[in-house]
Design a protein around this ligand. Structure first.
Ligand SMILES: C[S@@+](CC[C@H](N)C(=O)[O-])C[C@H]1O[C@@H](n2cnc3c(N)ncnc32)[C@H](O)[C@@H]1O
Length: 305
Protein backbone atom coordinates (compact mmCIF):
# COMPACT_ATOMS: atom_id res chain seq x y z
CA UNK A 1 0.00 0.00 0.00
CA UNK A 2 2.79 2.39 1.08
CA UNK A 3 4.78 1.47 -2.05
CA UNK A 4 1.77 2.27 -4.24
CA UNK A 5 1.36 5.66 -2.51
CA UNK A 6 5.07 6.39 -2.93
CA UNK A 7 4.82 5.55 -6.64
CA UNK A 8 1.83 7.88 -6.98
CA UNK A 9 3.75 10.72 -5.28
CA UNK A 10 6.78 10.12 -7.49
CA UNK A 11 4.49 10.10 -10.56
CA UNK A 12 2.82 13.39 -9.56
CA UNK A 13 6.16 15.03 -8.80
CA UNK A 14 7.52 13.92 -12.18
CA UNK A 15 4.44 15.30 -13.91
CA UNK A 16 4.85 18.64 -12.09
CA UNK A 17 8.54 18.82 -12.99
CA UNK A 18 7.75 18.00 -16.63
CA UNK A 19 5.07 20.68 -16.69
CA UNK A 20 7.45 23.25 -15.12
CA UNK A 21 10.15 22.31 -17.62
CA UNK A 22 7.76 22.70 -20.53
CA UNK A 23 6.63 26.12 -19.19
CA UNK A 24 10.25 27.25 -19.01
CA UNK A 25 10.90 25.86 -22.49
CA UNK A 26 7.79 27.75 -23.62
CA UNK A 27 9.19 30.98 -22.20
CA UNK A 28 12.50 30.41 -23.97
CA UNK A 29 10.78 29.53 -27.27
CA UNK A 30 8.43 32.53 -27.01
CA UNK A 31 11.33 34.91 -26.63
CA UNK A 32 11.40 36.84 -29.90
CA UNK A 33 14.71 37.40 -31.67
CA UNK A 34 13.97 41.07 -32.37
CA UNK A 35 10.87 41.54 -30.25
CA UNK A 36 10.05 45.11 -29.31
CA UNK A 37 7.67 46.54 -26.71
CA UNK A 38 5.12 47.15 -29.47
CA UNK A 39 5.10 43.42 -30.37
CA UNK A 40 4.10 42.61 -26.81
CA UNK A 41 1.41 45.31 -26.84
CA UNK A 42 -0.01 43.83 -30.07
CA UNK A 43 -0.02 40.37 -28.47
CA UNK A 44 -1.70 41.77 -25.37
CA UNK A 45 -4.45 43.19 -27.62
CA UNK A 46 -5.08 39.86 -29.35
CA UNK A 47 -4.37 37.28 -26.63
CA UNK A 48 -5.68 39.11 -23.56
CA UNK A 49 -8.17 41.73 -24.78
CA UNK A 50 -9.29 39.54 -27.71
CA UNK A 51 -9.57 42.52 -30.01
CA UNK A 52 -10.39 41.83 -33.65
CA UNK A 53 -8.26 44.77 -34.82
CA UNK A 54 -5.05 46.42 -33.67
CA UNK A 55 -5.82 50.05 -34.44
CA UNK A 56 -7.30 52.98 -32.48
CA UNK A 57 -10.74 52.78 -34.06
CA UNK A 58 -13.02 55.73 -34.73
CA UNK A 59 -15.17 56.67 -31.77
CA UNK A 60 -18.59 58.20 -32.09
CA UNK A 61 -20.89 59.72 -29.46
CA UNK A 62 -22.96 56.55 -29.05
CA UNK A 63 -19.94 54.31 -28.29
CA UNK A 64 -19.59 53.37 -24.60
CA UNK A 65 -16.06 53.98 -23.19
CA UNK A 66 -15.56 50.23 -22.69
CA UNK A 67 -13.87 47.33 -24.46
CA UNK A 68 -17.19 46.63 -26.23
CA UNK A 69 -17.26 50.29 -27.30
CA UNK A 70 -13.71 50.00 -28.63
CA UNK A 71 -14.71 46.96 -30.72
CA UNK A 72 -17.57 49.00 -32.24
CA UNK A 73 -15.25 51.96 -32.85
CA UNK A 74 -12.81 49.63 -34.61
CA UNK A 75 -15.55 48.28 -36.88
CA UNK A 76 -16.57 51.84 -37.79
CA UNK A 77 -12.97 52.77 -38.57
CA UNK A 78 -12.66 49.76 -40.89
CA UNK A 79 -15.87 50.83 -42.68
CA UNK A 80 -14.45 54.36 -42.99
CA UNK A 81 -11.25 53.03 -44.59
CA UNK A 82 -13.14 50.83 -47.02
CA UNK A 83 -15.28 53.82 -48.04
CA UNK A 84 -12.04 55.66 -49.01
CA UNK A 85 -11.17 53.06 -51.69
CA UNK A 86 -11.57 54.63 -55.14
CA UNK A 87 -13.93 53.14 -57.71
CA UNK A 88 -12.31 50.71 -60.14
CA UNK A 89 -9.96 49.13 -57.58
CA UNK A 90 -9.95 45.35 -57.77
CA UNK A 91 -6.73 43.99 -56.27
CA UNK A 92 -5.56 45.11 -52.83
CA UNK A 93 -2.41 44.50 -50.83
CA UNK A 94 -3.13 44.81 -47.08
CA UNK A 95 0.34 45.55 -45.73
CA UNK A 96 0.76 44.94 -42.00
CA UNK A 97 -2.61 43.16 -41.87
CA UNK A 98 -2.54 42.45 -38.10
CA UNK A 99 -5.29 39.96 -37.30
CA UNK A 100 -6.65 40.13 -40.86
CA UNK A 101 -9.88 41.90 -39.91
CA UNK A 102 -9.62 44.48 -42.71
CA UNK A 103 -8.60 41.78 -45.20
CA UNK A 104 -11.65 39.74 -44.27
CA UNK A 105 -13.97 42.73 -44.74
CA UNK A 106 -12.31 43.54 -48.09
CA UNK A 107 -12.75 39.94 -49.26
CA UNK A 108 -16.41 40.07 -48.19
CA UNK A 109 -16.71 43.22 -50.33
CA UNK A 110 -15.37 41.21 -53.33
CA UNK A 111 -11.86 42.62 -53.59
CA UNK A 112 -8.98 40.30 -54.48
CA UNK A 113 -6.82 40.50 -51.35
CA UNK A 114 -3.22 39.70 -50.54
CA UNK A 115 -2.35 40.23 -46.88
CA UNK A 116 1.16 40.45 -45.48
CA UNK A 117 2.66 40.81 -42.00
CA UNK A 118 5.92 39.61 -40.48
CA UNK A 119 4.47 38.32 -37.20
CA UNK A 120 4.19 34.55 -37.31
CA UNK A 121 2.01 34.41 -34.20
CA UNK A 122 -0.75 36.28 -36.07
CA UNK A 123 -0.60 34.15 -39.22
CA UNK A 124 -2.96 31.46 -37.87
CA UNK A 125 -5.63 34.03 -37.03
CA UNK A 126 -5.29 35.72 -40.45
CA UNK A 127 -5.49 32.43 -42.36
CA UNK A 128 -8.56 31.39 -40.37
CA UNK A 129 -10.30 34.67 -41.23
CA UNK A 130 -9.41 34.49 -44.90
CA UNK A 131 -10.67 30.89 -45.21
CA UNK A 132 -8.59 30.34 -48.36
CA UNK A 133 -10.33 33.24 -50.16
CA UNK A 134 -7.19 35.39 -50.37
CA UNK A 135 -3.44 35.08 -50.03
CA UNK A 136 -1.45 35.55 -46.85
CA UNK A 137 2.33 35.89 -46.90
CA UNK A 138 4.35 36.13 -43.72
CA UNK A 139 6.88 38.81 -44.67
CA UNK A 140 7.93 42.39 -44.19
CA UNK A 141 6.62 44.85 -46.77
CA UNK A 142 10.16 45.88 -47.68
CA UNK A 143 11.04 42.26 -48.48
CA UNK A 144 7.81 41.21 -50.19
CA UNK A 145 8.60 39.71 -53.59
CA UNK A 146 5.84 39.12 -56.13
CA UNK A 147 5.23 39.64 -59.84
CA UNK A 148 1.70 40.89 -59.06
CA UNK A 149 0.95 44.63 -59.33
CA UNK A 150 -1.86 45.91 -57.12
CA UNK A 151 -4.53 48.55 -57.75
CA UNK A 152 -4.26 49.65 -54.13
CA UNK A 153 -1.99 49.14 -51.14
CA UNK A 154 -3.55 49.79 -47.76
CA UNK A 155 -1.46 50.39 -44.64
CA UNK A 156 -3.60 50.65 -41.56
CA UNK A 157 -1.38 51.72 -38.66
CA UNK A 158 1.48 49.82 -40.21
CA UNK A 159 3.31 52.46 -42.26
CA UNK A 160 5.07 53.71 -39.12
CA UNK A 161 6.98 50.40 -38.89
CA UNK A 162 8.48 50.64 -42.37
CA UNK A 163 11.97 51.67 -43.39
CA UNK A 164 11.92 55.40 -44.20
CA UNK A 165 14.07 54.81 -47.30
CA UNK A 166 12.27 51.79 -48.70
CA UNK A 167 8.58 52.45 -48.00
CA UNK A 168 7.73 54.63 -51.01
CA UNK A 169 10.05 53.03 -53.62
CA UNK A 170 8.64 49.62 -52.64
CA UNK A 171 5.06 50.92 -52.81
CA UNK A 172 5.78 52.27 -56.34
CA UNK A 173 7.23 48.93 -57.37
CA UNK A 174 4.20 46.96 -56.13
CA UNK A 175 1.51 49.29 -57.52
CA UNK A 176 0.00 49.11 -61.00
CA UNK A 177 0.11 52.29 -63.14
CA UNK A 178 -2.13 54.93 -61.50
CA UNK A 179 -2.50 52.71 -58.42
CA UNK A 180 -3.36 54.10 -54.99
CA UNK A 181 -1.71 53.99 -51.59
CA UNK A 182 -4.10 54.34 -48.65
CA UNK A 183 -2.18 55.17 -45.47
CA UNK A 184 -4.00 55.50 -42.17
CA UNK A 185 -1.68 56.29 -39.31
CA UNK A 186 -0.64 58.77 -36.67
CA UNK A 187 2.11 61.27 -37.48
CA UNK A 188 4.21 63.59 -35.40
CA UNK A 189 3.42 67.24 -36.08
CA UNK A 190 7.03 68.22 -35.34
CA UNK A 191 10.30 66.27 -34.99
CA UNK A 192 10.03 65.81 -31.19
CA UNK A 193 10.89 62.72 -29.11
CA UNK A 194 7.28 62.12 -28.16
CA UNK A 195 6.06 59.13 -30.23
CA UNK A 196 9.56 59.38 -31.66
CA UNK A 197 9.29 56.26 -33.83
CA UNK A 198 6.44 57.49 -36.05
CA UNK A 199 6.82 59.60 -39.20
CA UNK A 200 6.85 63.39 -39.01
CA UNK A 201 3.94 64.25 -41.30
CA UNK A 202 5.76 66.91 -43.34
CA UNK A 203 8.66 64.51 -44.02
CA UNK A 204 6.25 61.76 -44.97
CA UNK A 205 4.56 64.06 -47.49
CA UNK A 206 7.94 65.27 -48.84
CA UNK A 207 9.05 61.65 -49.31
CA UNK A 208 5.75 60.81 -50.99
CA UNK A 209 6.09 63.71 -53.44
CA UNK A 210 9.76 62.85 -54.20
CA UNK A 211 8.74 59.27 -54.96
CA UNK A 212 6.04 60.43 -57.35
CA UNK A 213 2.86 60.21 -55.27
CA UNK A 214 0.09 62.83 -55.38
CA UNK A 215 -2.23 63.43 -52.43
CA UNK A 216 -5.82 62.70 -53.46
CA UNK A 217 -7.48 63.19 -50.06
CA UNK A 218 -6.59 63.65 -46.41
CA UNK A 219 -8.89 63.16 -43.41
CA UNK A 220 -7.89 64.13 -39.89
CA UNK A 221 -9.50 61.65 -37.46
CA UNK A 222 -7.41 62.53 -34.38
CA UNK A 223 -10.38 63.51 -32.21
CA UNK A 224 -12.19 60.27 -33.02
CA UNK A 225 -9.11 58.24 -32.01
CA UNK A 226 -8.44 59.87 -28.60
CA UNK A 227 -10.90 57.82 -26.46
CA UNK A 228 -8.75 54.75 -27.14
CA UNK A 229 -5.91 56.41 -25.24
CA UNK A 230 -8.19 57.25 -22.30
CA UNK A 231 -9.40 53.65 -22.25
CA UNK A 232 -5.80 52.42 -22.50
CA UNK A 233 -4.88 54.62 -19.54
CA UNK A 234 -7.71 53.10 -17.49
CA UNK A 235 -6.78 49.54 -18.44
CA UNK A 236 -3.13 50.16 -17.71
CA UNK A 237 -3.83 51.63 -14.28
CA UNK A 238 -6.69 49.40 -13.19
CA UNK A 239 -5.85 46.01 -14.73
CA UNK A 240 -2.44 45.72 -16.36
CA UNK A 241 -0.23 47.21 -13.63
CA UNK A 242 -2.06 45.53 -10.70
CA UNK A 243 -1.73 42.18 -12.56
CA UNK A 244 2.00 42.68 -13.11
CA UNK A 245 2.43 43.66 -9.47
CA UNK A 246 0.49 40.59 -8.33
CA UNK A 247 2.65 38.27 -10.45
CA UNK A 248 5.78 39.99 -9.13
CA UNK A 249 4.64 39.55 -5.51
CA UNK A 250 3.74 35.92 -6.19
CA UNK A 251 7.20 35.26 -7.62
CA UNK A 252 8.83 36.96 -4.63
CA UNK A 253 6.70 34.95 -2.19
CA UNK A 254 7.75 31.65 -3.80
CA UNK A 255 11.46 32.41 -4.16
CA UNK A 256 13.98 32.21 -1.32
CA UNK A 257 15.02 35.82 -0.44
CA UNK A 258 18.59 35.17 -1.57
CA UNK A 259 17.46 34.11 -5.04
CA UNK A 260 15.20 37.20 -5.32
CA UNK A 261 18.11 39.45 -4.34
CA UNK A 262 20.47 37.76 -6.80
CA UNK A 263 17.99 37.91 -9.70
CA UNK A 264 17.09 41.55 -8.96
CA UNK A 265 20.79 42.43 -8.92
CA UNK A 266 21.70 40.44 -12.03
CA UNK A 267 18.84 41.95 -14.08
CA UNK A 268 18.88 45.45 -12.54
CA UNK A 269 19.36 47.20 -15.90
CA UNK A 270 16.54 45.31 -17.59
CA UNK A 271 14.29 45.85 -14.57
CA UNK A 272 15.01 49.58 -14.59
CA UNK A 273 14.10 49.76 -18.30
CA UNK A 274 10.93 47.75 -17.72
CA UNK A 275 9.95 49.95 -14.78
CA UNK A 276 10.46 53.08 -16.87
CA UNK A 277 8.41 51.61 -19.70
CA UNK A 278 5.54 50.58 -17.43
CA UNK A 279 5.42 53.53 -15.03
CA UNK A 280 6.60 56.45 -17.17
CA UNK A 281 6.53 55.84 -20.93
CA UNK A 282 3.17 54.06 -21.06
CA UNK A 283 1.54 56.87 -19.07
CA UNK A 284 3.02 59.46 -21.45
CA UNK A 285 1.76 57.51 -24.45
CA UNK A 286 -1.76 57.21 -23.02
CA UNK A 287 -1.95 60.96 -22.30
CA UNK A 288 -4.64 61.96 -24.82
CA UNK A 289 -4.12 65.72 -24.36
CA UNK A 290 -0.41 65.48 -25.03
CA UNK A 291 -1.08 63.16 -27.97
CA UNK A 292 -3.49 65.67 -29.57
CA UNK A 293 -0.92 68.43 -29.09
CA UNK A 294 1.96 66.57 -30.76
CA UNK A 295 0.41 63.94 -32.97
CA UNK A 296 -2.24 63.85 -35.71
CA UNK A 297 -4.08 60.78 -36.91
CA UNK A 298 -4.53 61.01 -40.68
CA UNK A 299 -6.13 58.92 -43.40
CA UNK A 300 -4.24 59.76 -46.57
CA UNK A 301 -5.11 58.57 -50.06
CA UNK A 302 -2.15 58.94 -52.44
CA UNK A 303 -1.96 58.18 -56.15
CA UNK A 304 1.06 56.93 -58.06
CA UNK A 305 1.67 59.68 -60.63
C1 LIG B 1 -0.69 48.23 -35.15
S1 LIG B 1 -0.72 46.78 -36.11
C2 LIG B 1 -2.00 47.17 -37.24
C3 LIG B 1 -2.63 45.93 -37.77
C4 LIG B 1 -3.81 46.13 -38.74
N1 LIG B 1 -3.41 46.77 -39.95
C5 LIG B 1 -4.91 46.87 -38.08
O1 LIG B 1 -5.19 47.99 -38.49
O2 LIG B 1 -5.52 46.30 -37.16
C6 LIG B 1 0.76 46.90 -37.06
C7 LIG B 1 0.95 45.79 -38.06
O3 LIG B 1 2.10 46.12 -38.85
C8 LIG B 1 2.86 44.96 -39.04
N2 LIG B 1 4.25 45.28 -39.42
C9 LIG B 1 5.28 45.63 -38.61
N3 LIG B 1 6.40 45.80 -39.35
C10 LIG B 1 6.05 45.55 -40.65
C11 LIG B 1 6.78 45.54 -41.88
N4 LIG B 1 8.07 45.84 -41.93
N5 LIG B 1 6.11 45.20 -43.01
C12 LIG B 1 4.78 44.91 -42.97
N6 LIG B 1 4.06 44.91 -41.83
C13 LIG B 1 4.68 45.22 -40.68
C14 LIG B 1 2.72 44.26 -37.72
O4 LIG B 1 3.03 42.91 -37.87
C15 LIG B 1 1.22 44.45 -37.46
O5 LIG B 1 0.49 43.46 -38.11
Amino acid sequence: MQAAMDMAIVGRTRARLASAASSIAGIVRARPKDGSASDFILRFCTDVLHLESLHFGMWQEHHEPTLAGLREAQKDYTSFLIARIPAGVRSILDSGCGTGELSERLIDADYAVTAIAPDTYLSKIVRRKMRGRGTFVSTKFEEFATSERFDLIVMSESCQYLSRHLAFPKARELLAEGGHLLVSDYFRKRPTNYYGTVWVESRFLENAAKSGFDVVSCDDITQAALPTLDLGHRFHTEIFLPTIELVRDLAVAFCPPLVTKAVTFAFRKQLALLTEFLYVKQFEQFDSRRFAEHVAYKVLLLRKA
